[in-house]
Design a protein around this ligand. Structure first.
Ligand code: NDP
Length: 331
């Protein structure tokens, strides 16, 4: 059946300007790191993406290496686009990245001009696109001059293969350098993509300040700490099929009695305002206007819908923020 998007899809979602740019991003974006590979169920992934679009999520985040197998998430996305979303292409912001290993040999990763340009060409083919909206350097490369990496990003924009560029996993110092080179090249950095959640607050130290100074946006990845900040693990049992059960990126050993105590206390705060822990974790990131978008993952449309309830929640009060702070600071 031909997909027809809901007419009211822009009524509930809120959009924030990405730094000082003209591009607005939804407060919630959907990432393809896991759940959309060739090994995953296509129908489930497709349903999740279409539900997201119907709820006003206009931004989908990919990378050359997402799968497994490597590259297959881009193929899945290309198929969903071709079969359902192509008429809506202009309403969608698609990002991809290069920098993590995708093919063998010296050009298969990191920040050389050779890797970035050839990898993006391959990504465009896999997704069936002429251009992406945002292209990222996925990680800093200590062996390549920053001028070469940023020069490649700027040329990609000038060639029309990406509308904007961003950086991911760069620390504050590396980000400042990248911002400065990109500015000189006349292609300002649109966005920075760091890891950030209630359980990992490293960007508060310096990075957010640098991002704000530059006028870039910030999109936070793993905002639910890969599922820890949901009701999934609260009783200490690892559900079959969950990320911690699969143990690839979320180690079971992380789920200690101390962490479970914290999570359950946060869950009580969520219950007091009538929301779920995942919604509370999303709202908490959105408390800071410098965070443009919260980049979630979801292995089903049910999870996605639960996470979307955050958008219609009132902002956290100062009393709630204080309570949360106390829990997060507990040793
Ligand atoms: P999250 O922290 O949102 O974790 C998502 C996972 O949590 C889901 O796959 C699911 O796991 C579980 N989950 C989500 N919602 C619920 C819910 N309501 N109830 C129960 N469980 C839930 O984000 P990710 O770690 O997936 O990262 C999000 C995106 O960020 C990626 O897809 C990618 O686009 C980007 N990213 C970027 C990186 C970079 O280097 N730039 C690195 C990592 C991610 P389960 O399988 O257990 O159901």
């Amino acid at each position: 059946m031909t997909f027809s998007a809901k007419e009211n899809r822009y009524e509930v979602m809120k959009y924030r300007s990405c730094g000082r740019s003209g591009l607005k991003l939804p407060e919630l974006s959907l990432g393809f790191w896991q759940n959309f590979g060739g090994v995953d169920c296509y129908e489930t992934g497709c349903e999740t993406v279409l539900s997201a679009f119907d709820a006003g999520i206009t931004h989908f985040d990919l990378a050359n290496n997402y799968g497994p197998p490597l590259g297959s998430a881009e193929i899945t996305f290309g198929r969903i686009l071709k079969e359902n979303l192509l008429p809506y292409r202009d309403e969608i912001v698609i990002s991809t990245k290069a920098g993590c290993r995708i093919w063998p040999g010296p050009y298969g990763d990191l920040g050389s001009r050779k890797h970035l340009i050839t990898s993006l060409d391959a990504s465009l083919k896999r997704m069936g696109l002429d251009y992406v909206d945002i292209f990222y350097s996925h990680r800093p490369d200590p062996d390549t001059p920053i001028e070469e990496t940023m020069g490649a990003l700027a040329d990609i924009v000038k060639q029309g293969k990406a509308l904007y560029v961003g950086i991911s996993k760069y620390n504050a110092e590396q980000s400042t350098q990248a911002f400065s080179v990109l500015r000189t090249l006349g292609v300002p950095c649109l966005i920075n993509q760091p890891i950030y959640s209630m359980l990992n607050r490293w960007i508060e130290d310096k990075l957010l300040e640098e991002i704000e100074k530059e006028g870039a946006g910030c999109i936070c990845f793993s905002p639910l700490a890969q599922g820890l900040l949901t009701n999934k693990y609260l009783d200490g049992i690892i559900p079959e099929g969950s990320r911690a059960f699969r143990e690839k990126s979320l180690k079971e050993t992380l789920i200690t009695p101390g962490l479970l105590k914290k999570l359950n206390m946060l869950n009580e705060i969520a219950k007091e305002r009538g929301c779920t822990l995942s919604a509370l974790a999303i709202l908490w990131i959105l408390r800071d206007q410098r965070n443009t978008s919260v980049l979630i993952g979801a292995s089903s449309s049910i999870q996605l819908r639960e996470n979307l309830t955050a958008i219609s929640q009132p902002p956290l009060s100062s009393e709630e923020l204080e309570k949360i702070e106390k829990v997060l600071k507990m040793s």
